[in-house]
Design a protein around this ligand. Structure first.
Ligand SMILES: C[S@@+](CC[C@H](N)C(=O)[O-])C[C@H]1O[C@@H](n2cnc3c(N)ncnc32)[C@H](O)[C@@H]1O
Length: 349
């Protein structure tokens, strides 16, 4: 057990009273996709899958049933991404749902028209399902949740760590001699357009084993509740790695949401709540060794940008790790009550 959320003794117990499926669109979504109409049966089904996923890794968002929400499809970037399906400059646009967990957002995209064969879902998590002793991933929990199989829902899922150079290897350039910028990304480095143009033809998505063949190929990237799992330096690196995947065409987009603070810094209240057992906040092996850890704090920390620090540190300048001639526009919506940033980073040229 390497972290708080892995360890059954430290992670907060599940609480069925947090379950709610009252939003009519969300209820309809789950009834349609699971095929379960009866609300009591649906609830029991969700609780069963939630338990299996929580045994795998105890993310607070799983405990809070965030996977039942359609919130990410209500982000400002969502309709902008869908619009690319009609854009002649984005022929057969590829969508990447990174940190997809169960794939509930992936499924929403497909219901709303994104062709399943043009979608890649990717996530880190793998573990052991204790009853059948077979490997299980959040993605498989998604199949159980939605009563689907790889043939009935034929989206390509690839497991991997977005920071792992074997999973996403950035091209080296004269200005970026180190293709794998971890742990000290160079915010001034850029990729050369020549590299984009020399890419081989579009890869066969169904046989992908890593994200590297998708460099400069992806029209839309959805990354929600992902950035806040990492340290400040890693958030910047993550932005750069995602930007490197973008197709260098006007309209290409990275969007999503994550926890934020009015002033950048650590989410101390989350740490206190974790300590008294309510289990808010988040961590991952990456954040446990965060270079910006406060000396007196527990390793369970969440480094949160404010809207202005996100703009300055991770914003348009740093996202422009893509081809040098491209300009990015960054739009931020800041939801104070929920303390989340909604970000939309879109290519202008
Ligand atoms: C908090 S969940 C968010 C799930 C979903 N995107 C959402 O908005 O509800 C974070 C997800 O990111 C995945 N993740 C964490 N670290 C990752 C990494 N280094 N590379 C890829 N995925 C990662 C986790 O396994 C988990 O499924």
């Amino acid at each position: 057990m390497d972290t708080f959320y892995d360890d059954p003794h430290t992670k907060p117990p599940l609480d069925a009273s947090l379950y709610s499926l009252t939003d009519p669109d969300e209820l309809q979504f789950f009834r349609t996709l699971t095929g379960i109409q009866d609300e009591r049966e649906l609830k029991q089904h969700v609780l069963n899958v939630q338990k299996r996923a929580y045994d795998l890794y105890g993310y607070p968002c799983i405990r809070r049933f965030n996977f039942l929400r359609l919130n990410n499809s209500r982000l400002p970037g969502y309709p902008k991404a869908l619009k690319l399906l009609q854009d002649p400059d984005h022929k057969h646009p590829i969508l990447l749902d990174i940190g997809c967990c169960f794939g509930n957002d992936t499924r929403k995209f497909i219901i709303d028209g994104w062709p399943a064969q043009e979608v890649i879902a990717s996530d880190l998590r793998e573990g052991m399902y204790s009853i059948y002793f077979r490997p299980i991933r959040f993605w498989q929990c998604g199949h159980e949740l939605f009563n689907s199989t790889p043939s009935s829902f034929p989206v390509t899922f690839i497991q991997g760590d977005i920071f792992d150079p074997a999973f996403l290897s950035l091209p080296s350039t004269s200005s970026n001699p180190n293709p794998n910028p971890n742990p000290n990304p160079n915010p001034n480095s850029t990729f050369e357009l020549a590299q984009v143009e020399s890419q081989p033809t579009r890869p066969n998505l169904s046989t992908l084993k890593s994200l590297t063949p998708l460099l400069h190929r992806v029209s839309a990237i959805h990354a929600s509740a992902l950035f806040h799992l990492f340290s400040k330096a890693q958030q910047l690196e993550l932005a750069q790695r995602l930007a490197a995947l973008l197709l260098p065409q006007k309209g290409s987009i990275i969007f999503g949401t994550h926890v934020a603070r009015r002033e950048k810094g650590f989410r101390k209240s989350a740490v206190q709540k974790i300590n008294n057992g309510t289990g808010l906040g988040s961590t991952d092996s990456h954040s446990a060794s965060a270079p910006e850890c406060e000396p007196q704090a527990t390793p369970i920390l969440m480094f949160c940008h404010s809207p202005s620090s996100w703009r300055a540190d991770v914003g348009s300048n740093k996202f422009s790790m893509g081809p040098a001639h491209l300009r990015f526009a960054l739009k931020l919506n800041w939801c104070i009550t929920r303390a989340w940033i909604y970000y939309t980073t879109q290519l202008l040229v």
